[in-house]
Design a protein around this ligand. Structure first.
Ligand SMILES: [Zn+2]
Length: 262
């Protein structure tokens, strides 16, 4: 299967989707024997997985199934086959092999333990894409690691959510990985963002209620209440005191009196 660099990422096959360059490495480092993980690998690498993996068993009873149902069954068959592949890669301890190789990569070295995979890559000079064997995730990851090392420094981080190591560029701000969180289809990074978002929304509602109460009791002026509401919204807001500090730096002494007299 053809593989090439594309806008700093990798492009697999003729019409595959662009992936971050370190994606196959990280997918290997975090490899878990879980359905959602196999689903993720299916969607990340698409046509990298052989068409035969979608074949339904010869004795499969398709009576009464629509084409749509059959397509679902075929996809499920492929995901099952990817799950088998995950178990095989884990049995061969490839997550450990790649972690050791990534630690060497941090120092700018390409580990000799990946030589066997390196040999599987067909290099094409110039603008021609290189080639890696179909469904061979370790070889694809080896190609990607080799390319990544030429692009920028890399560092191994431990994801605070799934606790698995992943390979990042130093400029990547997130400590969270992009792989599915255990037992979920959402990635650790997306989950964290979502959690942060929900926390922020909850805090917003609390602050809104608090200020609304103060307004009713008369300890907050109508003008301040309206001004705070105009400046703040659930997606982007400051608590009242912080908002005031940012707005008018030196009026805190009169603030309470002004509110009470309102
Ligand atoms: Zn993670």
């Amino acid at each position: 299967m053809k593989v090439r660099l594309w806008r700093g990422g990798l492009l697999l096959g003729e019409r595959g989707k662009a992936l971050p360059l370190t994606q196959p490495v990280n997918d290997l480092l975090g490899l878990r024997d879980e359905w959602d993980y196999a689903v993720q690998l299916d969607s990340n690498y698409g046509s990298f997985w052989p068409d035969e993996w979608m074949d339904l068993p010869a004795d499969f009873d398709s009576t009464g199934l629509t084409d749509h149902d059959l397509a679902d069954e075929a996809r499920a068959a492929q995901i099952d086959r990817i799950a088998d592949e995950i178990r095989e890669l884990r049995r061969r301890k490839l997550p450990d092999t790649f972690l050791a190789a990534c630690k060497q990569a941090e120092q700018g070295h390409f580990s000799v333990t990946l030589a066997g995979f390196l040999e599987q890559i067909t290099r094409r000079p110039g603008d021609e894409p290189d080639e890696v064997p179909e469904a061979d995730l370790p070889t694809l990851a080896t190609w990607a690691l080799d390319q990544a090392l030429r692009q920028r420094p890399v560092e191994v981080r431990e994801c605070p959510l799934c606790k698995r190591p992943w390979l990042a560029s130093p400029e990547q701000p997130s400590p969270y990985c992009d792989r599915p969180y255990p037992g979920r289809s959402m990635s650790c990074r997306a989950l964290k963002k979502d959690e942060h978002f929900r926390e922020s929304q909850r805090d917003w509602r609390r602050e809104y209620k608090r200020l609304h109460e103060r307004r009713k009791r008369g300890t907050l002026s109508e003008a301040d209440w309206q001004a705070w509401r105009a400046d703040n919204n659930p997606d982007d807001w400051y608590a009242f005191d912080e908002w005031q500090r940012r707005r008018i730096p030196v009026t805190t002494a009169t603030e309470t009196g002004r509110g009470l007299g309102d």
